[in-house]
Design a protein around this ligand. Sequence first.
Ligand SMILES: Nc1ncnc2c1ncn2[C@@H]1O[C@H](COP(=O)(O)OP(=O)(O)OP(=O)(O)O)[C@@H](O)[C@H]1O
Ligand SMILES: [Mg+2]
Length: 1040
Amino acid sequence: MIGVGDMVLLEPLSEDSFLENLKKRFDHNEIYTYIGSVVISVNPYRSLPIYTPEKVEEYRNRNFYELSPHIYALADEAYRSLRDQDKDQCILITGESGAGKTEASKLVMSYVAAVCGKGQEVNKVKEQLLQSNPVLEAFGNAKTVRNDNSSRFGKYMDIEFDFKGDPLGGVISNYLLEKSRVVKQPRGERNFHVFYQLLSGASDETLKKLKLDRDVSKYNYLCLDSASVSGVDDAANFRTVRNAMQIVGFMEDEVQSVLQLVAAVLKLGNIEFKPESRSNGLDESRVKDKNDLKEMCELLGIEQSVLERAFSYRTVEAKSEKVSTTLNVAQAQAKTRHKVMGVLDIYGFEIFEDNSFEQFIINYCNEKLQQIFIELTLREEQEEYIREGIEWTNIEYFNNAVICDLMENNQNGILAMLDEECLRPGTVTDETFLDKLNTICAEHQHFESRLSKNSKFLTDHSLPHNCFRIQHYAGKVLYRVEGFVDKNNDLLYRDLSQAMYKANHNLIKQLFPEGSPAKINLKRPPTAGFQFKASVGTLMRNLQTKNPNYIRCIKPNDKKASHIFTESLVCHQVRYLGLMENVRVRRAGYAFRQAYEACLERYKMLCKKTWPHWKGPARQGVEVLMADLKVPPEEYSYGRSKIFIRNPRTLFFLEERRRQCLQDLAALIQKIYRGWKCRRQFLLMKKSQVVVAAWYRRYAQEKKYKKIKHATTVMQSYARGWQARKLLRQLKHQKRCEEAATTIAAYWHGTQVRREYRKFFRANAGRKIYNFTVQRIIQKYFLNLRKNLPSMSPIDKSWPTRPYSFLDGVHTELRRIFHLWRCKKYRSQFTEEKKAVYEEKLEASELFKDKKALYPSSVSQSFKGDYLEINKNPKYQKLHSAVDEKVLLADTISKINRANGKGTPRIFLLTKKSVVLADQKTGQVKASVPLLDLASVSVSKQSDGFFALKLKEGSASAVKGDFLLSSERLIEIITKLYRLSAANAERVPLSVDISDEFLVQFKNDKVCVKFIQGSPRNGNSASCKRKNNRLLEVSVPSTP
Ligand SMILES: Nc1ncnc2c1ncn2[C@@H]1O[C@H](COP(=O)(O)OP(=O)(O)OP(=O)(O)O)[C@@H](O)[C@H]1O
Ligand SMILES: [Mg+2]
């Protein structure tokens, strides 16, 4: 810690050591120092890295004295008392102009915003509260010689919190704006920021809409020489302000209205008047250049003639008749009572070269604040000690109540007299006001005037005639009376306000409600001084209901420069702020006091005797409590109704114990609640468990029972089976025994009988009996067979069954012999012709059975041979004669045309020696082939009647080629042909080829005849087609 953090602990205490400590700390960037719970802040005039979010966290929820002094510690203390102890708080920031009050108020607000609750709604409120600052500063702050961002109005903001400590909203009250600054600024100062911000920050388009020019020099109200402030970016600030207005809740058209108004004020400043004397002797003013007037009227929607008339009808001094906008960013005030934290930031005490009514008012306000500080920290406190009977040695201090009285006394206070002057009939000027002051206040020790009867000042040349001087708590200030009366009256001529009310512009209308024709009020409005006094009074009463927290700002130098600590200047401030007295009272006094009841209520849980209820008087309870807690007796004193605690550390000790105790209590409650909850849960679970167990046991038992039952059944069945088998075995054994007994008995009887009869038989009788028996059986067999012989038909397959198996071979042989015999008998009945027929049939069977599909159909047909009966039919006479041999076969067949496969009918004759083909109609012989010339016959395996007669190569008949013929009697024809060739011993028998594919020699070329299975659809007969010159295809309908 650099120096001493809390001046109360400074040793030795003197003004010098006080200043030295401040300087030492200031030089080491420690700008904050405590006097007990009061924070002294020295303006560093540069940004220090002590306001970071990490710092906020560091100071959050920490005790006031735990960390090095900081404005955050005060803000945290105030916020926590508000939240936890339900005490409304106010933060009073005092100090002269430029001492850092506004900055301090912003730091407090930002700290509170950072530590209080979070959430969408809360954050919005916080944003609105924080963003109200740029807007208020734009319209209410200006550069002065003392401060580049001097507040030209007083601001008091009440921030409301709910029970949790979350901000709900805020109410901002403004006090007397320094209106005169709009029209006139002292040298080196500026008008309100907003004008410069608008001109440099607004877009070209906006400026055009507002009929403005970016050039500051074009406007009379904006003094050229100090138009820009170093280190201030007006354009950027304009954007900040626009954004802030939006966040605070201005609608876009409202923002536009405000900007229009600002523009209109600038235009108004440019309007110049020229005096004109009228013939009736009255003075009149005329507008010189009407362009600005016209534009202004357009902006505000006022008819130009109306305004011009209003200007012209009276001689008006434009400079003192200006209006200022008063901004009210009042948030909706909640109906229910909420905790409130008030932050007061007013214009600081100021002394200018030329001090007027505004400075008078500002300094009056500061006097009042000093008064409240004295009241609460010095006088009240000391009086309380005496009242409570605490031993106390009085500490002297300067009480500025007397100055306040000089200014505000209802009878002869300066403000009262100014009002009186203003309301008095007759000619009233600033001078008559001064005269009045001179007569009435002359005797007041803090009032000085050249013309007062007090001869002391008659020769004081620093006091001009038109001035009066007041010895304020913070120094002497010389006030020039010029303008006092007018400014106090604060009157606007009715025709002007009426003209304004006629504007087609909502905001203007609202600003001049008195211009409404419905509201013509002849009563004078209250004077500015009166209003201000009243609002200061309200403010003071409001502050007194709250727990005060002080920030006393000190300005280290007059140059707005960092690192400079002008000791004389600081000393002056230390003196008039009464800081030394503050330290002394603190050192002698007690840091904390509380009524016994409240104290007992708060700390009773720290002692078993007082917890939970103390029956006796509260004071005794507190005494017991303190004794029990073993607090050293010098740390506290008992007053009449309150306990006084000397050191904050004792309080922190109590609070810490209480916090601990609360935690323990909470843990206890938690424990009991958890126990109760767990037990309830347990009981519920137990109940459920019983139900589940019951059901489960039932199920398990049922399952077990079924299992046992099943096992029993199985065992039973096995046992029964075993018993049954045992019984069966017994019965079988019994039966076998019986059988054995019978057999034995039979053999025994047999033996008995044989033994008995043996004597009656000869020794070889057995052989004979056997032979006899066999013969007898065979005889019987033959006789039986003769009786049962089957019929003589060779196809009868029946045969009697054999009686004995040993006759098996004989029986089969007999059957064979009988069959052969039967067949022989059958054959012997045949005539010669029939025999031949059967031979032929047999031959056919050998040739074709199972080889050609046509064969089975031929079995039942008898081979008649001469179907045409040639020798009888006269039609074939000629043919008959041509064939000299006997015709063995004559029939009509088809000769297949070798060119297209179509058939031509031909008569086919077969004789012993040759085959003849003749025309069917004429009987003319077409071809005659000797049998010797035939090489082979080819037929298919199918049911068709095609056959090829192939001729021996080189034979005479072979010249014409082979014959491809077709006949239904193919089997007969081929059989006959074959038999003929076989009968001839000279030659090899004709070969019969059965194949589905064979070659036929047609004249010169060989053609392949191929048989395929055709579909039955093509009719029943086979059809032949010439496919190409090498292939004849015969499609045979498939036999179903
Ligand atoms: N804590 C601080 N850290 C850095 N700079 C500061 C601080 N406090 C004040 N300043 C500087 O001092 C200037 C003046 O401070 P501020 O505007 O708060 O004074 P004020 O007391 O409100 O004066 P007035 O009575 O004229 O309104 C600020 O613009 C800022 O530059
Ligand atoms: Mg300020």
